[in-house]
Design a protein around this ligand. Structure first.
Ligand code: ADP
Ligand SMILES: Cc1cn([C@H]2C[C@H](O)[C@@H](COP(=O)(O)O)O2)c(=O)[nH]c1=O
Length: 177
């Protein structure tokens, strides 16, 4: 069996990562979509703010039946870390790719402190193709590569939408008050 292909979509919130993942899933023949169990809001679906969505399996570990599929699409990969994920998802993904699966993974490259999510850094380094996306700054509309948090809650991993987070450009990114 030939090696598969790993594509990573990374960037801040609101950048269109989920939209690209759902489009990739729509073009695959035999696809399994995965979403971290940590994100209980997702309700076993991949969701994009563009309005499109797709059923997904909620996971806390690599699926045992992954080899029954030709393609795997994973959203919110930055959530796939201990204690919310058992094992090393990067190793699991690379092993699956070496076994012939095509994998498309999305996630935030950085948190609201502008610090890297290590799992995404490792995935991007190992990817056959990395697509860095940008949003529009909620303050000025310029290209935005950062996510800002509106108020400090003390949690680096915390689900939320525009109620808690905004996309921000270099000039308008700030730490929460
Ligand atoms: N600040 C913003 N910048 C860009 N798109 C935005 C913004 N706020 C809302 N959107 C909408 O969100 C869509 C992308 O949403 P989504 O696929 O959920 O992105 P991501 O998965 O990267 O968070 C855009 O196509 C646009 O319709
Ligand atoms: C910046 C940042 C975000 N999160 C959370 C918030 C959302 O639930 C997801 C990102 O979703 P999206 O599809 O990319 O819009 O991640 C977080 O936990 N920590 C952060 O620093």
């Amino acid at each position: 069996m030939s090696r598969g292909f790993l594509t990573v979509y990374a960037g801040p919130m609101f950048a269109g990562k989920s939209a690209y993942l759902i489009e990739a899933a729509a073009h695959a023949d035999n696809v399994l979509c995965l979403a971290p169990a940590f994100d209980v809001r997702s309700g076993q679906r991949l969701h994009s703010r563009t309005g499109v969505s797709r059923p997904a399996r909620s996971i806390e570990e690599w699926p045992q039946d992954a080899r029954d599929f030709s393609d795997i699409v994973i959203d919110e990969s930055h959530f796939l870390v201990s204690p919310y994920y058992r094992g090393d998802v990067v190793a699991d993904i690379l092993s699956a790719r070496d076994g012939g699966l095509n994998i498309v993974a999305g996630g935030l490259d950085t948190d609201y402190h502008q610090e890297a999510f290590p799992v995404m850094t490792r995935l991007m380094a190992a990817a056959d193709r990395t697509v860095m996306l940008q949003a529009r700054c909620h303050a000025c509309g310029a290209p935005a590569r950062w996510t800002a948090k509106k108020r400090e809650t003390g949690h680096v991993l915390e689900t939320g939408d525009a109620d808690l987070y905004e996309a921000r450009c270099d000039a308008h990114w700030t730490l929460p008050e």
